[in-house]
Design a protein around this ligand. Structure first.
Ligand code: CTP
Ligand SMILES: C[C@](O)(CO)[C@H](O)COP(=O)(O)O
Length: 260
C-alpha cells in the first residue's frame, strides 16, 4: 500500500504592497474595491478558505493604515484554529516584499506559498494542486495555463523617433511550449531562502527582469514543476481586468462560477 506523503508545515506570503500604476486608481491596488470590499480581502479570504497555511504573512504598502486595520479585524474574526496572521511592511519591489514576508515567518515553517493579492479570485483547487505537489516532494511548484495568443518577439527600436517606428518581428515563439504563469507559487522554505539570497547578487537590470520567485529558483538550476492553474486566477492589472473580476463576482454567472 502506498503511504500518504506528509504535508510540510506551510506559510503563505501574500504580497499586497504594490502601487497599482497600471490600474490607475490613485490608491494602492490592494485597497481598490472589488464587489464592495478591497481586493486584498478577497485574496485573504481565499487563502484562509483553502486551509493551506499555518501562517499567512501579508506584505502591505507601508503606512497603509486602513488595510492594516482591516487585516487586524479579520484576525479577530478568525475562529480558533485559523492561521496565524502576520502583517509586515512591503518593499519597493515585489521581490523585496517577498523577502519582508520571509523575515517574519514563524519557527517550524517548512514550505512557503507566495501569492499575489492581485490574483484575488484564485480558486481553492489551485492552492491544493500546488500544496499536493510540494507534499509529493517537489521543491518548487507553479500553477500555469496554456497561452491562447500567438506570441512573437520584436526588435527594440532605438533613436529619437523610435516610438513612431513600427516594431519589427524577429521570431515566433513555439506556443505549445509556452505557459502563462500564475500564483500561488510553492517552494520548500530552504529553496526559496537560497533563491532570494542569490538574488542579492543581481545588478539593477537583472533584478528588474525578475518577475516571479520561480525565476530565481530556475537560476539555481533547481527544477520547477508546473501544475494546472485557472483562468479565474487572472491578475488584476488593468481596468479591463477589474471589470472582468467584477463580472466573475456579480455577472450572470455570479459567484457560482468556479473554474477549477
Ligand atoms: N513593491 C511591490 C510590488 C508589487 N507587490 C505585489 O505583487 C503582486 C503583483 O504585482 P503587480 O500586479 O504588478 O502590482 P503592482 O506593482 O501594484 O502593479 P503596477 O506594476 O501596475 O504598479 C501584487 O499583488 C502587488 O501588490 C508587492 O507586494 N510589492
Ligand atoms: C508573479 C506573477 O504574477 C506571475 O505571473 C507575475 O510575474 C507578476 O508580475 P508583475 O509585473 O509584478 O505584475
Amino acid at each position: 500500500m502506498s503511504e500518504t506523503p506528509t504535508r510540510p508545515v506551510t506559510a503563505v506570503i501574500l504580497v499586497a504592497a504594490g502601487s497599482g500604476q497600471r490600474l490607475g486608481y490613485g490608491i494602492p491596488k490592494a485597497a481598490v474595491p472589488l464587489g464592495g470590499e478591497p481586493i486584498l480581502m478577497h485574496a485573504l479570504r481565499g487563502i484562509v478558505a483553502s486551509g493551506t497555511g499555518s501562517q499567512v504573512c501579508i506584505a502591505l504598502p507601508p503606512g497603509e493604515d486602513t488595510l492594516r486595520r482591516l487585516c487586524e479585524d479579520f484576525r479577530q474574526e478568525l475562529a480558533d484554529g485559523g492561521p496565524l496572521l502576520s502583517i509586515v511592511d512591503g518593499g519597493a519591489t515585489r521581490a523585496e516584499s517577498v523577502r519582508a514576508g520571509l523575515a517574519a515567518l514563524m519557527d517550524g515553517i517548512e514550505a512557503v506559498l507566495v501569492h499575489d493579492a492581485a490574483r484575488a479570485l484564485t480558486p481553492e483547487s489551485v492552492f491544493h494542486r500546488v500544496t499536493d505537489a510540494l507534499a509529493a516532494g517537489a521543491a518548487a511548484v507553479i500553477p500555469a495555463v496554456a497561452v491562447v495568443d500567438t506570441v512573437k518577439t520584436v526588435a527594440a527600436t532605438t533613436g529619437k523617433d523610435a516610438h513612431l517606428a513600427p516594431e519589427v518581428v524577429t521570431g515566433t515563439a513555439p506556443r505549445e511550449e509556452l505557459r502563462a504563469v500564475q500564483t500561488p507559487q510553492g517552494f520548500h522554505l530552504d529553496t526559496l531562502l537560497k533563491a532570494h539570497e542569490a538574488a542579492r547578487g543581481l545588478d539593477q537590470d537583472e533584478s528588474a527582469a525578475v518577475t516571479d520567485d520561480a525565476m530565481l529558483v530556475e537560476m539555481l538550476g533547481i527544477p520547477v514543476h508546473v501544475v494546472r492553474g485557472s483562468t479565474q486566477s487572472l491578475k488584476i492589472t488593468t481596468p479591463l481586468d477589474l471589470i472582468l473580476a467584477e463580472g466573475l463576482l456579480e455577472g450572470p454567472l455570479g459567484a457560482r462560477w468556479v473554474e477549477g
